[in-house]
Design a binder for this molecule. Sequence first.
Ligand code: ACO
Length: 333
Amino acid sequence: MGFIDKMIELAKADKKTIVLPEPMDKRTFEAAEKILKLDIANLVIIGTPEEIAKYGAGYDISGAKIVDPFNDPNKQKYIDKFVELRGKKGVTPESAKEQMEKDYMYYACLMCKCGDADGAVSGACHSTGNTIRPALQLLKTKPGISGVSGFFVIEVPNCDLGENGLFVFADCAVNPDNDSDKMAETAGLSAESFKAFIGAEPKVALLSFSTKGSAKHDRVDMVREAAAKAQAKFPQYQIDGELQLDAALVAEVGELKAPDSKVAGHANTLVFPDLESGNIGYKLVQRLAKANAYGPILQGLSMPVNDLSRGCYADDIVGTVAMTAVQAQQAGK
Ligand code: ACO
């Protein structure tokens, strides 16, 4: 069974309620029909009757709850919550209402925050920044975590590296300005994500162009410091760095370049030193090695909210909803 089929089976075992706030795109409805037919999650679709009629025509979404953001009996509750959370940032009842009607992702996050949904998936027609900003502002991070990052589960066909070709790659989506504290936190969160989604022991490599001092540079020092901080903060996980990619993945190279490392040569969780290398790295593997790349999945948020690529297919939305539901199950444990 492939990775995403496993996620679908897990999601079905304990159904969660997921919000889809993009009624202005046909793919939402194509995905919703599949999700409902496969019984993966309870669905809420935010949209006006006009939007639903225009883009949802021909799809059977009779099992979904439709919430019209202009005519919803719960709307005042969400406005009040928005003002409670963001009043100090200048949000008033009028501006909250306007923002929720203009940008349904705010509506979706407020539904999550008020306990009317367990998670949200958006981004088929919104940028990553616009998808995740409402979640950062309204849902905030988990207790003890200061920063959100984004990972992909990478499934490489016919590959015996990592966990039989399965990897977590991070941060590939969120933090343009990385430092050793953020990288260390991303390492710990990625280890947790690997365990939760892949179910095996994570071996986390903090990547660099240097292995254990082979090159001298401020960028190398940053990764080495991040590794030390991550080891101190997350002693329950095997974490090491700085490692070059080949030393992290390939046993013979790891043995040669970092013989004392338990991670080198066996890494299954790759933490990149900056957003450029993380974002480019996952796309290289996806395009050149024909790997499946599932994500970006956000880690560190208090509730699961996930982003889609604007080039996504309806099946990608189905997979992301399943992964979001699994995250919601984990959050409830
Ligand atoms: N973790 C937790 N909170 C954060 C984080 C973070 N990593 N980043 C920002 N925040 C919070 C801020 O503290 C702030 O909270 P506040 O309003 O309560 O004070 C709020 O989010 C907004 O912060 P800003 O600094 O104003 O951030 P901005 O609006 O610029 O947006 C964002 C943050 C959206 C994450 C931005 O950094 C971004 O666009 N990142 C890159 C996204 C991207 O384009 N990725 C690549 C494409 S994805 C792909 O290819 C799959």
